[in-house]
Write a protein that binds this ligand. Structure first.
Ligand SMILES: Cc1cc2nc3c(=O)[nH]c(=O)nc-3n(C[C@H](O)[C@H](O)[C@H](O)COP(=O)(O)O)c2cc1C
Length: 318
């Protein structure tokens, strides 16, 4: 199979907000184009399309990693006439192999969003340093929360949950994306969501109507590390960079044997995103995450769309 097409197929495994998978790929003979799929934007959760764009950035970085060890060149927003073309990706055989991406490739299929509480064992400082470096390599920053900052983070999570669950539009969107028909290959199944237990920072309640069926873990996230991906400025390019960084951090954590879970509810309401910004040394909070040593076993895989729905060949193969 064509290498570019194969990379787009492996990038189907990328995580996305509510597992909307809001992108399409167009395969040209010499490049891949990544397009935003606006029909999959979440109007209540994500009116600006920020989380859609971050999700597309995650898929973009997954495709770069999928091409490894071949080096790839990424251009963001390559078509000034069409802002929904978010990126182009081409192979650069003239460049040295991308060994850092190669180390992450096997992690693509293994990674899962693990909403269970992580164990008491802390994440080693070497691994935390590797996560920070992976994020910086994508031109975004990772602020790892100090222990005393987790209470402010928890407050933001509780507030975001209360604000969102009191909004009927949010509840309708949540119900829609947690009750998708099996053939859709998208959404967040109840089998991957956990009932509420006491933990350092509550995770998003995906099943306020009941039904969360994954055992929630036992150690209350005592050893978990919480971190925020942030950018110097806000805007579409920064969102794409934040998504690429989220992918790099999640895959690096998976390669190190850790569990991980993105956390974006705290950035989805204005008051809580402000609280998040206040915790940073500078810049704009884009998405948070939790990493740690997972409970035994692994969460079930979440469905994905079929390649035919997401990937097409260019009709004008220039
Ligand atoms: C931008 C973004 C935001 C996300 N926000 C959350 C969140 O707030 N809470 C959560 O539990 N999962 C969150 N996720 C994880 C998705 O729900 C998850 O990727 C999706 O359901 C697919 O499952 P998988 O990651 O196990 O493949 C987010 C993922 C992305 C990329």
């Amino acid at each position: 199979m064509n290498m570019l097409r194969a990379a787009a197929e492996l990038a189907l495994a990328a995580p996305s907000i509510f597992n909307t998978q809001p992108w399409t790929w167009v395969v040209h003979p010499d490049r891949l184009l990544l397009r935003a799929d606006r029909q999959r934007q979440l109007p209540a959760v994500d009116p600006s399309g920020r989380l859609l764009t971050i999700s597309c950035g995650v898929a973009l970085h997954h495709a770069v990693v999928a091409l490894a060890p071949a080096a790839a060149e990424v251009r963001l927003m390559p078509d000034p006439a069409d802002p929904d073309v978010l990126a182009s990706l081409r192979l650069r055989p003239d460049r040295p192999p991308d060994d850092s991406a190669l180390a992450l490739r096997a992690a693509i299929k293994r990674r899962r969003t693990d909403r269970r509480a992580f164990a008491r064992v802390p994440v080693s400082t070497d691994t935390v340093d590797a996560l920070i470096a992976a994020c910086e390599q994508q031109q975004a920053h990772l602020h790892v929360l100090a222990w005393h900052q987790t209470s402010q983070f928890a407050l933001a999570a509780v507030r975001a949950g209360a604000l969102q669950l009191s909004d009927p539009d949010y509840r309708a969107e949540l119900a829609d994306w947690t009750h998708r028909p099996p053939w859709s290959g998208d959404g967040v199944p109840a089998s991957t969501t956990v009932p509420a237990i006491p933990r350092r920072v509550p995770v998003r309640d995906f099943a306020p109507f009941g039904g969360a069926s994954l055992p929630p873990g036992i150690d209350n996230d005592l050893g978990a590390s919480y971190a925020v991906i942030y950018t110097n400025v806000d805007g579409v390019r920064a969102w794409l960079r934040a998504g690429m960084a989220l992918s790099a951090v999640l895959l690096t954590a998976t390669a190190a044997g850790l569990g991980s879970a993105p956390i974006s509810d705290v950035t989805e309401t204005f008051p809580t995103r402000t609280l998040m910004d206040d915790m940073l040394p500078a810049g704009c909070a884009q998405v948070a995450l939790r990493v740690g040593h997972p409970a035994p076993g692994e969460p079930p895989a979440t469905p994905r769309r079929v390649p035919a729905e997401v990937i097409s060949e260019a009709t004008d193969p220039r």
